[in-house]
Design a protein around this ligand. Sequence first.
Ligand SMILES: *Cc1c(COP(=O)(O)O)cnc(C)c1O
Length: 353
Amino acid sequence: MSKYWSPLTASLVPYVPGEQPKDKTYIKLNTNENPYPPSPKVIEAIKAAAGDDLRLYPDPTCESLIQAAADYYKLPASRVFAGNGSDEILAFAFAAFFDPAKTILYPDITYSFYKVYAKLYGLQSELIPLDESFTIHPADYARENGGVILPNPNAPTAKLMSLDAIRIVLDANPNQAVIIDEAYIDFGGESAVSLIAEYPNLLVVQTLSKSRSLAGLRVGFAFGSEELIEGLNRIKNSFNSYTIDRLALAGAVAAFEDDAYFRETTEKVIRTRDRVAGELTALGFTVTDSKTNFVFASYPDKPASSIFQQLRDKGVLVRYFAQPRIEEYLRISIGTDEEMDAFLQAVKEIVGK
Ligand SMILES: *Cc1c(COP(=O)(O)O)cnc(C)c1O
C-alpha cells in the first residue's frame, strides 16, 4: 500500500505469472512455453529488421502482419486485429465489449487473467462451475449477461469444446460479445475462426506464444466481425497506437510464412503429450483429455502440493494451483522428449514406482 496509489491501484489483485527462477537450471514445465525454438526464418527476419529503421516508429496499422494472419485464415484484413500478446488483446476486448452495468460470464476454473481484467475495469463476474469432469456446458451460458469469455481449449483443464457447443453459446447471446480465447487451439482443436462470417458477436483470440514458439516476441491476434475489430482499434488508439514493435512485426510475419516448421513442431508436441499422458495414466494418475501443450494430472495417493515440491527439489518445475477443486492437480507443460523422460523418471521416484 502506498499513499501515491489511486484507489483503483490499491484495489487491484494482479495476475501472478508462473515463476521464471534464476537460482539454478530447471527443466521448465510450468509456463506452457514451446520447447522448440522459433523457425530459423523468424530469427533471420528479426535480424534483418534490427537496423537503422529502429529510429522510426513501427507501422501502427500492422498492415503486413494483419495481412499474413488474414491470408492464413483466408479472411479479409478488416476482420483481423493484432496486438502485443493475446493478453493485451484480452485487456482491450474487456474494455471494448463488456458491460459494467451487467455481469460477465466465464468458467469457475479457467485462465486466471480474466478475473484480473474484470477487476481492473470494474466488471462484475459470474463464475459458471465446470461439471465434475471439468466439462463446460454451453447451456449454462444462456442467461442474462454483459459478455462471455471462454478459453478453448480451457486452461488449466486442457479440455476442448466442440464448435457445436460454441454455436450454442453464440446463438444464446446475439446481443453480447462472446470471446473465444484460442491460445492452445493448434494442439488438436478446431478453430472457431470458421464461424466468424456467421456470428457478428464472435471474437476469436489467438497467440504466437505457444504453438509458434514466440512467447518472447509478444504477438497475438483477434478475428471477428468488422464492428468488433473496429471496437478493438478504438481502444488501442486511445491507449497506445504502437503496440507491436518493428522486430516483432518482422518476426511474426516470417512465422506465418514457415508453415512447414510450424506443423512439424506442433506435431512433435502433440506426440510427446499423448505419450506422457499414457505413461502418467499407467502410473496411476488421472489425466484429462488434453488438446493443449500441457497435461492436467492428479495422483490419488499423494497430495499434488507435495509432488510439486518434490519435483522442484529434483529440478523439475511444473505448475500447482492452490485453488479449490483443482488443488489435487498439477499442470505440466510438454517439453522435449528428453525433458519429459527426465520428468517421468522423477515422478516414478516420487510415487515409488
Ligand atoms: C498463454 C495464454 C494467453 C496469453 O498469451 P500471450 O499471447 O502470451 O499473452 C492467453 N490466454 C490463455 C488461456 C493462455 O494460456
